[in-house]
Design a protein around this ligand. Sequence first.
Ligand code: PMP
Length: 453
Amino acid sequence: ARPDTGVDPAQVHALLQRERQRYEDTHPHSRALAGRAAEHLMFGVPLHWMNDWGTPFPLQVAHAQGAQLTDVDGHTLVDFCLGDTGAMFGHSPAPVAAALQHQAAAGLTTMLANEDGAVVARLLAERLGLPQWQFAMTATDANRFVLRWLRAATGRPVLLVFNGCYHGTVDDVFVDLIAGQPVQRPSLLGQVHDLLPTTRVVEFNDLTALEAALAPGDVACVLAEPVMTNIGMVLPQPGFWEAAQAIIRRHGTLLVMDETHTLSSGPGGYARAHGIAADAVVVGKALGGGMPCAAYGFTADLAARAQAAKRAAPPGHSGIGTTLTANLLAMAAMRATLEQLLRPEVFAPMHARAAALADGLRALFQRHGLPWCVTQVGARTEFQFCAQPPHNGTAAGAAMDAELEHALHLYLLNRGVLITPFHNMMLVCPDTTDADLTRLLQAMDGALQELRR
Ligand code: PMP
């Protein structure tokens, strides 16, 4: 069922058709390149869900710099997607580009430690507030490895997640609450394991359900974003995390904060800024300024338990780590990001512009009489097709409308503005200008005028 978005679905459909045609007319080089690519690229793209942007054929990038990217037809787009946070500090940020250039001639990968490792871990400890660190290539892997460590350290098998979460392609988290019942996500390909015995799921902001789910005493950890950011945005209600932490501790369960997206709240992430004391924190995506890398930190107590679990295990494969993890290039990228970008003075203008964008969107939706809400957390701003910010994953999911989303995103793209696909997120980077915000707001105004005709 489509939500009541305040706009006529027939108008949405008509706008989408017009914008699809406009895209086809104005992107001949993308079309030609996509055609050639399809000869040997399965699905015509390097990663199958690159097709899910909603464009008639995949947009082909020529280059990207700062807050802008240019496609092969010569269109320059203001980028508010920023690789869904991988490029949160802008495309090819200068300090990272310089560090990569230097390291590129001094060894790329060795499977050995170097000085950068110690420096990066110290900076992570300073910023995120946890003393012990390990690395991974992606936030997905970091989450996967954390789950292993925590199940091993606690001897407990069960993971608890919040309904509608996303933590990368970590199989364990893909259990949904459908009409109050846990259901393994049917879209998962090739999943032969029954996830239900070892994954428990409750709604975000539901303390009663959390208490009940932890009561059996078999839950190793709660894996959560401090703010849900992948099903639209869902904010914690006042007091939620304070009470949730007390419940989690009382049941001997560990708390893992996945700050992959909420790192946009500042150099220490959202949890630290809001007094959430996690046992483990995961960071990825922007941590290497766009280079693939991720990290996870443990408290001293958890680190001791994890190390004891490793010592107690027979020698052999731990199931943790990949060959290129913590390679020299990745370490150089993280060091440059931490030293020069993950700093309060870099975030301050990002946050100010994100707030201005959120205000501008609210004013626009009000002027058009649309019952859409706007939520801003750090440098991220999200709009959702419901009047009140949703309080859990079910409500957030119910406010989604794929056709309206595609029509709006394509209208914006055709006018030089890129926002994040699959929901309505706009990220501000250090290079985003006031003129970029104006461009987005004016394009959005144009789309809404057409929809309200
Ligand atoms: N955690 C969160 C909260 C995410 O949003 C994502 C990706 N969107 C990931 C982990 C996984 O990141 P990656 O795809 O880089 O592994």
